[in-house]
Design a binder for this molecule. Structure first.
Ligand SMILES: *Cc1c(COP(=O)(O)O)cnc(C)c1O
Length: 420
């Protein structure tokens, strides 16, 4: 049997490679930080490069205190739990971390997952059914898309951050009308019972912030729930690091927040859902990735507690990150680069209207790598045609000299490719 399907797979893999969409993994030989040691898979000489493509926004991935706490936790709580939470996989630190997250967000309750992907995967089908509707931004993260797929609620997609469109769609969902014409769709309008609007807090390709204030207003007007995935904001956006939800001044008004521990909060792994008490209780009883997947490892839980403490007790890392981001955005703009405006440490350097912008993005990323700057190019189908870019991610771990080196390299390579 495998012989035949092997051929199909080989064809498909070849097509992926030919279209330039093949994803290769570089091998990092050091811990995760600003200056990392990287080797190619083939065992070439390792090189030191400045890392501008990690989600290590606060530089906590190798933070001394987190590593120390994780080691101590290994000694006290062991390596793993070999159980799911509800059988024999809940330690005091799991409950402590859930409480710490609830306190941080001023929410009623919190539930941990192995990842935010799981948090989103286990959310929608648990709380919504065929009589309900989910309204989702077209650019929402893959895990939201997959979570919604698992749910029997009717699905409506609105153009990215288009509030007029969103309002129209809420009205239609309320009335029970389908937005698509055509066969197979219900003819009888059946008003949705409950409506949930789902959005990313920050969208990862443009670094733009969801229009949460307006979304919450619309939700109030039409009696809908709001869910925000704040993975690219938790810990550093907003005055106290409580994400886009705080930045947009809607703390306490968002019913469900999901996020990750795998980005700014230390970068190991883990995710959570926080919000209304009954919703979290429902998840604890029925959410499949929670019930049927292993408990978060104790060392990660302990270190995450420390990460929340660091974020709670000091603004220093956040301030450094924002200073770094402003500096980089300003210098790059002055140098003539076209950057999608914003305040987020995701800085998309747009390449402009070039015939083969996918190739250009890859060439520029490769040339920058030769200059010791590790960035990634994104192009169709990850972003729209003609919107190819280099996505730079700034971190509090970067020093001014790192930023200056990157800017200098960008100018050199940008000129070479006539981007500036
Ligand atoms: C990174 C990310 C996730 C996935 O988080 P993991 O904890 O790594 O599974 C989910 N949603 C958004 C918006 C993300 O950016």
């Amino acid at each position: 049997m495998y012989q035949r399907i092997r051929f199909d797979f080989q064809q498909e893999l070849m097509n992926i490679k030919k279209s330039g969409l093949s994803k290769e993994e570089r091998i990092i030989l050091s811990d995760q930080k600003a200056l990392i040691e990287v080797s190619y898979p083939k065992g070439e000489e390792p090189e030191d490069v400045l890392n501008f493509c990690a989600n290590n926004y606060l530089g906590l991935a190798n933070h001394h205190d987190l590593v120390k706490v994780a080691k101590e936790s290994l000694d006290k709580y062991g390596f793993g739990l070999a159980s799911v939470r509800f059988i024999c996989g809940t330690q005091d630190i799991h409950v402590e971390l859930e409480d710490a997250i609830s306190k941080f967000y001023e929410t009623e309750d919190t539930i941990l997952y192995s990842s935010c992907f799981d948090a989103n995967g286990g959310l929608f089908e648990t709380i919504l059914g065929p009589d309900d509707a989910i309204i989702t931004d077209a650019l929402n993260h893959a895990s939201i898309i997959d979570g919604i797929r698992l749910c029997k609620a009717k699905r409506f997609i609105y153009d990215h951050s288009d509030m007029k469109y969103l309002e129209k769609i809420i009205q239609r969902a309320r009335l029970g009308m389908d937005i698509w014409e055509g066969p197979g769709l219900s003819k009888e309008p059946k008003p949705a019972r409950n409506i949930l609007i789902a959005t990313d807090g920050v969208f990862s390709m443009d670094g733009d912030i969801g229009r949460l204030k307006e979304i919450v207003e619309l939700a109030k007007k039409y009696d809908a729930l709001v869910m925000v995935d704040d993975s690219h904001a938790t810990g550093f956006l907003g005055k106290k690091g409580r994400g886009a939800v705080e930045y947009c001044d809607v703390l306490g008004e968002v019913d469900i927040i999901t996020s990750t521990l795998g980005k700014a909060m230390g970068g190991a792994s883990g995710g959570f859902t926080t919000g209304r008490k009954e919703i979290i209780q429902m998840l604890r009883q029925k959410s499949r990735p929670y019930l049927f997947s292993n408990s978060l490892a104790p060392s990660i839980v302990s270190a995450a507690l420390k990460a929340f403490e660091i974020v709670r007790e000091s603004d220093d890392l956040r301030e450094k990150l924002m200073e770094n981001t402003q500096y980089f955005r300003k210098k790059m703009t002055e140098a003539g680069f076209k950057i999608i405006e914003g305040i987020h440490p995701i800085v998309p350097i747009m390449l402009g209207d070039f015939e083969n912008d996918a190739m250009l993005a890859q060439d520029i990323a490769k040339d920058l790598y030769s200059e010791g700057i590790y960035v990634v190019g994104f192009f169709f189908p990850v972003v729209a045609k003609g919107k190819a870019r280099i996505r730079v991610q700034i971190s509090a771990a970067h020093e001014r000299e790192h930023l200056d080196k990157a800017i200098k390299a960008f100018i050199k390579i940008g000129k070479k490719h006539k981007v500036i």
